[in-house]
Structure formats: structure tokens, C-alpha cells
Design a binder for this molecule. Structure first.
Ligand code: SF4
Length: 324
């Protein structure tokens, strides 16, 4: 393992002037250890402040359809290949989704994301058409920016979402392309990449990130950061794996330093992209969650995280205010 020095961190300051890191440089930096951690985080923080000022974006998701998914993602409580205590219910009505959107607006969320379990919608069907109707209704009634996490899309279904008023889709790569086959066998990373491309071609913004702690190597974390750069996604959600009883993937051994170093490298490789911290923020980062925002993150998911509860919104508000 390479030992990083402050000289290498100083070299990475080129990012502030429009320079780019290469994968070898990022691989060296992701291995930063004390006493240089704060040097790395300081650069990531300066980069965040340069492109996003001190604003922390928030978004809230709603679980619109849960469980019974045909896919076998090894971390996921909603896969029908696992026996978990996650709720199973079919797609909520547009009235139920509107009610959830109004609550999110009351929490101060700027956007609202409808998340649907399942492989996705390469073709429009009744369920997909119901999502389209919900998006139209919520846009009209709340004015919230509408996001949707629908699974795999084709060019046609992506365009239907755009035409209905969706601004962004969430579709995660989940992990480095070279690690994907170890976490899912029922679809391929190419299905995910093609969905991102279809959404972009339809004029949708794309929120695309994944989960760290899925057994990936440091090199694969760097590969993941560069794969997201290549896809030119707009926002990158970062979840931290937490074992859910009944799922296949073992408990993650990722350390706090590894998590924060990854966020810092993600910021330096993708300086102008939104980085949102999602599941694992309250539990794995616990008392250190403020640090992740001074290491490059500029957004957070508030409320709950599908199969994992979130924390009190007032506590998150206090955290956001204290970061200014
Ligand atoms: S991550 Fe998505 S596609 Fe994979 S099992 Fe869970 S709900 Fe299904």
C-alpha cells in the first residue's frame, strides 16, 4: 500500500483550477492516512465550497412500491431471493403519493423522489402509466421538483417520464462495474449504464451512485468514481452498506476513514457534481456525519431510506445550519 504525503495532496490542488486527477493519483489519495487526513479533506471541502458554496441540498424519497423484486442484488432487503422483514406492497395510488409529497414539502425538501422496487420498465405497462399520472399530479399540486427511481428504462419510457414532468431519475450503478457481477446475477451493469444513457438522451438529469462496503477493493472504489465521471451524471448518492438480516451479503468491514476518504476522492474526481449522503449516514457515520460534509459531500437524503429508518428531520436541520 502506497504511503501518501502532503506533497501529493498539494499536487491535487490542480482540481481547484480545472485540472483533473488520473486514476493512479486518485488511488494514491484514497489511501491517505493520519496525519494527512485533514489535508485531503480540506482540499475536498474547498472544492465543494468552490462549486456549491455552503449550501447543503436535501431530498426526500418515498417508497412507492416495496419488495417482491425479481432481481437478486445481494445487499437488498427488497429482493424476492431474500427472506427479510422488509414491507411488501404494490404501487401506491396517486392520492397516497401526493399526500407523501405534501409531507416532504412541509419538511422543507426541495425535491421528491418516487422509488419503485423491481427490475424496471423497458416498456410502458399499467403500473408505469400510473407512475406517470402520479408525477403529473404531484408536479401540478406541489410544484416540487420530481424525481423517480423506476429501475431499468428504455429510450421510450425515459422520454415518457420526461414528458410527464420528471426532472431527474435515480438509477445507481451500485458499485464499480468490475464488482457488479459479484453482487447481482439477474441483470448486468450494462443494463444500468444503458438506462443512464437513455435517461440523459431523453433530457432527464441523472442521480446515479451506489453503495460502498459491498466487498469492493480500494481500486474498485476509484474505478467507481471514474465510471460515474465518464457517465457525466448530475448527482451521486452514496450509501454505506449495512447488513440487513436475511440478505446474502455479509456485514461490511469498511472503516470510517475509508468512507470519508472515498467521499473526498469522489468530490475530487467529480468536482462539479452533487454528492448526497444517504443510508448509513446516521448509523455507520454516527457522531462523525458532520465530517463527511467537510470532506466533499454537499447533500443529504432526509427522512427514511426505503428499508432503513432515517432520523428526526429537526436534527438534520440543526446539522445543516451548523455547517454554514
Ligand atoms: S436493488 Fe433494486 S433491482 Fe436490486 S433487488 Fe433491490 S429493488 Fe430489485
Amino acid at each position: 500500500m502506497k504511503s501518501i504525503t502532503s506533497k501529493e495532496i498539494l499536487n491535487a490542488y490542480k482540481v481547484l483550477d480545472g485540472g483533473e486527477l488520473d486514476p493512479d493519483e486518485a488511488l494514491a489519495l484514497i489511501q491517505t492516512k493520519p496525519p494527512y487526513l485533514m489535508d485531503l479533506y480540506s482540499l475536498a471541502d474547498k472544492t465543494r465550497l468552490k462549486f456549491f458554496k455552503s449550501k447543503i441540498d436535501t431530498c426526500e424519497i418515498t417508497n412507492a412500491k416495496s419488495g417482491a423484486c425479481s432481481e437478486d442484488c445481494s445487499f437488498c432487503a427488497q429482493s424476492s431471493h431474500h427472506s427479510t422483514s422488509a414491507s411488501v406492497f404494490s404501487l401506491k395510488s396517486k392520492e397516497e403519493l401526493l399526500k407523501a409529497a405534501k409531507i416532504a414539502k412541509g419538511h422543507g425538501a426541495e425535491s421528491f423522489c418516487i422509488v419503485v422496487s423491481g427490475r424496471g420498465y423497458p416498456n410502458a405497462n399499467d403500473e408505469f402509466n400510473s407512475i406517470i399520472e402520479s408525477i403529473r399530479l404531484i408536479r401540478k399540486e406541489t410544484g416540487l421538483e420530481l424525481h423517480c427511481s423506476p429501475g431499468i428504462l428504455s429510450k421510450e419510457t425515459a422520454k415518457m417520464l420526461k414528458d410527464a414532468g420528471a426532472a431527474m431519475i435515480n438509477h445507481n450503478l451500485e458499485t464499480a462495474p468490475s464488482n457488479f457481477k459479484h453482487i447481482c446475477t439477474t441483470h448486468k451493469i450494462l443494463d444500468r449504464i444503458n438506462t443512464v444513457k437513455a435517461a440523459k438522451a431523453a433530457g432527464l438529469k441523472v442521480c446515479c451512485g451506489g453503495i460502498i462496503g459491498l466487498g469492493e477493493t480500494l481500486m474498485q472504489r476509484v474505478e467507481f468514481a471514474f465510471a460515474l465521471k465518464e457517465l457525466d451524471v448530475d448527482a451521486i448518492p452514496v450509501n454505506i452498506h449495512q447488513k440487513i438480516a436475511g440478505t446474502k451479503l455479509p456485514e461490511s468491514t469498511i472503516t470510517l476513514t475509508e468512507i470519508i476518504n472515498f467521499v473526498a476522492i469522489l468530490r475530487l474526481v467529480n468536482p462539479t457534481k452533487g454528492i448526497k449522503i444517504a443510508a448509513g449516514r446516521n448509523t455507520v457515520l454516527a457522531d462523525y456525519q458532520g465530517l463527511v460534509f467537510h470532506a466533499g459531500a454537499n447533500g443529504m437524503l432526509i427522512g427514511g431510506y426505503l428499508t432503513i429508518p432515517g432520523r428526526d428531520i429537526d436534527k438534520d436541520r440543526k446539522l445543516i445550519n451548523s455547517l454554514r
